[in-house]
Design a protein around this ligand. Structure first.
Ligand SMILES: Nc1ncnc2c1ncn2[C@@H]1O[C@H](COP(=O)(O)OP(=O)(O)OP(=O)(O)O)[C@@H](O)[C@H]1O
Length: 696
């Protein structure tokens, strides 16, 4: 093997070794020499001083008011009315890591410690429980960037969920913050969780995402200028300033990840949990994201992320690593001490191996499962602190508590930083932008209503006034009923699960309460529902020659609107609990009994006694009765009979008695439909609440 081959195999990204190998390029070299170089390299690896980070003097203070940027950014001065930030248009995604980060004030460090932590999940009815984490211990010191590593299924995400409070059910053991038992509401106020999938508002630009998040998180008490400055600073630091006007859905994977981080940085959390922040990114973006996290850690934040097999270069950026295998701790300590640790347990890292790869291989059991036991014993399942970078400097809990006291239980009930009113106004603002740009929920919905109205209108043209076509018209009314209930229900079932993921993340990160979210969702939908329903009703009503009396039209429109609201409520309930696949199956299936009992195929009179109750719970029955009442009830006059010699239903009362409807039940139907719509909304809210709880 020659040097070039060797380099391409192993240390592609290592400039030090590359330099050595360049000198030898092309020549055939002896392995002894390479081994010597590797030893030197690994020794360097273990002793390298931190490359990044600000010195204490450089750490910005909360009162700091000026910032100066290099790397193509100039003249950025804090505050309103000052020259705008100019960014080199050519520098696309490069981070501006020497930014002074003054808008993200230095945080007091928080030490996280966990003792005998176990997490058990219920596998379902009669399937018993499964323990995922087995009494693991650990300590994540403040101001450090910590990686949780391990093979797939080792329990990394589970540990992250348990520590962040994302999961609370089945969690046992102690979680301490600066030596004091964690009070979850207090902890949640100082931490954030960034999920692996980027849950962003795709229809909002980067700047809109940031602005709404700032308003939601910082509230009206923080002046506009400060919010703007903070947003600018974060966007600059994360290299997103050039993409301010790009819709989030058009960002690249790395940019989305950075936007996810940027959004959570706005309220300056002390502890950040990130689930696989590098997944799906190229090596350049990976390095940049980790560099950024490292920088944030140096400011006093505790940053904990799960990560899959990092490269040697990425690995060395972490201060500390926590390795899991099958829910047990394999190693806990400084990244720089991993190699000596492995040596100490007679599992020396082979010469050409990335230590991160090697420990994962060990954790996978590739060298025998007895090695996992050895590692678990050597670290005392995470309770040994021998391999921390500076053991002596590990803060004593009491000292830390004195220096950085963490609030005990707070009396404040709400977890959100801002008032219900502020949350509502921000969510409404965001919703209006989304409605304007949403091709499915807005544009398509209006278009579908117009198209279906045209289709049905052309099929039943003139049927409303003609005595020989009463049955046709009755069919039309039922078709309209099904259109209104199914279209909205399916649209909601198909789109809400995506929205649900965003809700789970934002709600967990305390952006807003569920009440504010649900109220804004309900209010925002009313104008578009009324508009599309009105357009549909107007087209079909006139085209099919229904009686041209205002009150009848409004009766028809009111029933249509209520049916749409009921369909939406059903869709919300199903969409809140089930995923798209199950929801798409369940929504039509749940409509079938409603159709059975609507009195359309089988009249209400002919329903067997033991099934009569069904007609009382079927909202389609009230809808059909309401429609029939609007068109043929309220003293409708004799119908025209121009298309046939004999019109059986020329007299509307004859038709009404045949279908066993009285035609004067309109208000009764309105009340029944309104009650159903309200109950379904309440049901959807409770389902959402239960879902949020179930996720925990
Ligand atoms: N709710 C659950 N019910 C049953 N098993 C679960 C549940 N949640 C997690 N597990 C199991 O627990 C183990 C750990 O899962 P976890 O997602 O924490 O692994 P991970 O290390 O993050 O894996 P990956 O790197 O592949 O994401 C897995 O075997 C998983 O199947």
């Amino acid at each position: 093997m020659n040097a070039r081959q060797y380099r391409s195999l192993h240390y592609r990204n290592d400039p030090h070794l590359s330099e050595v190998l360049d000198k030898l390029d092309g020549s055939s070299i002896d392995m002894e020499f390479i081994q010597q170089e590797m030893r030197a390299d690994l020794a360097g690896f273990t002793e390298k001083p931190p490359v990044y980070g600000l010195t204490t003097e450089q750490i910005p203070t909360q009162n700091g008011k000026s910032a100066h940027h290099q790397n193509g950014v100039s003249n950025w001065v804090n505050g309103n009315g000052h020259p705008p930030v100019t960014v080199d248009e050519d520098s696309d995604s490069d981070f501006i890591l020497d930014t002074h980060l003054e808008n993200l004030p230095h945080r007091e460090p928080v030490d996280i410690e966990f003792k005998d932590l176990s997490l058990t999940v219920n596998l379902g009815f009669r399937k018993g429980d499964k323990e995922i984490l087995h009494n693991v211990n650990g300590k994540f010191p403040g101001s450090q960037l910590i990686a949780i590593m391990g093979p797939s299924g080792a329990g990394k995400s589970t540990l992250l969920d348990a520590l962040s409070g994302f999961k609370t059910t089945g969690v046992d053991g102690a979680i301490l913050l600066n030596g004091r038992r964690r009070d979850l509401p207090t902890f949640r106020r100082m931490s954030c969780y960034i999920t692996q999938d980027d849950r962003l508002n795709p229809l909002l630009t980067v700047m809109e995402n940031m602005t709404i998040a700032a308003k939601l998180k910082l509230g009206p008490n923080v002046p506009y200028e400060e919010k703007a400055t903070r947003i600018e600073g974060i966007l600059l630091m994360l290299g997103l300033y050039n993409h301010c006007d790009t819709l989030a859905k058009r960002l690249s994977g790395g940019q989305k990840k950075r936007l996810s981080i940027a959004l959570e940085l706005l309220n300056n959390p002390t502890v950040m949990f990130l689930d696989e922040p590098t997944t799906g990114l190229d090596s350049h973006s990976c390095n940049k994201v980790i560099e950024l996290l490292k920088k944030l850690a140096t400011q006093g934040r505790t940053i904990i992320c799960t990560i899959h097999q990092p490269t040697a270069r990425l690995f060395e950026q972490f201060d500390q690593v926590y390795v899991l295998s099958s829910g047990n701790c394999m190693y806990q300590g400084a990244t720089t001490k991993l190699v000596p640790f492995l040596q100490s347990v007679d599992l020396s890292c082979p010469m050409y191996h990335n230590p991160a790869d090697y420990i994962i291989e060990l954790a996978c059991g590739e060298y025998g499962f007895d090695k996992c036991d050895t590692l678990k014993t050597a670290t005392s399942n995470g309770s040994s602190w021998v391999w921390f970078s500076d053991n002596a400097k590990l803060y004593k809990a009491e000292r830390l508590m004195k220096m950085h006291p963490i609030q005990r239980k707070t009396k404040q009930k709400s977890l959100n930083d801002t008032s219900f009113g502020n949350q509502m106004s921000c969510l409404m603002e965001r919703g209006i932008i989304k409605i304007k740009r949403d091709t499915t929920l807005t544009h398509l919905r209006v278009i579908v209503n117009v198209l279906v109205a045209i289709m049905l209108g052309s099929l039943y043209v003139g049927a409303g006034n003609e005595g020989s076509r009463v049955l046709d018209n009755y069919n039309l009314l039922f078709a309209i009923l099904i259109h209104h209930s199914m279209t909205t229900m399916m649209l909601t079932v198909l789109t809400f699960p995506t929205e649900m993921n965003l809700l789970l993340k934002e709600h967990f990160n305390r952006w807003y309460s569920l009440k504010a979210y649900f109220t804004s969702l309900t209010i925002l939908d009313i104008p578009i529902t009324v508009f599309s329903c009105f357009i549909f009703s107007a087209i079909i009503y006139v085209w099919t020659a229904q009686p041209l009396e205002w009150y009848r039209f409004f009766m028809f429109f009111a029933i249509s609107l209520l049916i749409v609201l009921v369909g939406q409520g059903m869709g919300l309930m199903i969409g809140a609990w089930f995923d798209v696949v199950n929801g798409t199956f369940l929504a039509p299936v749940s409509t079938i009994p409603m159709m059975m009992f609507a009195g359309f195929g089988v009249t209400l009179r002919d329903l067997p006694d033991y099934l009569k109750w069904g007609s009382y719970v079927s909202y389609l029955r009230y809808g059909l009765e309401g429609f029939v009442g609007a068109i043929y009830g309220v003293g409708r006059e004799t119908l025209e009979c121009e298309e046939a010699l004999y019109c059986h239903y020329k007299y509307p009362h004859k038709f009404l008695s045949e279908i066993t409807m009285s035609g004067d039940m309109f208000w009764y139907d309105v009340i029944a439909l309104s009650a159903t719509a309200i109950l379904l909304r309440i049901g959807a809210f409770i389902t959402l609440k239960a879902k949020i709880k179930a996720v925990k």
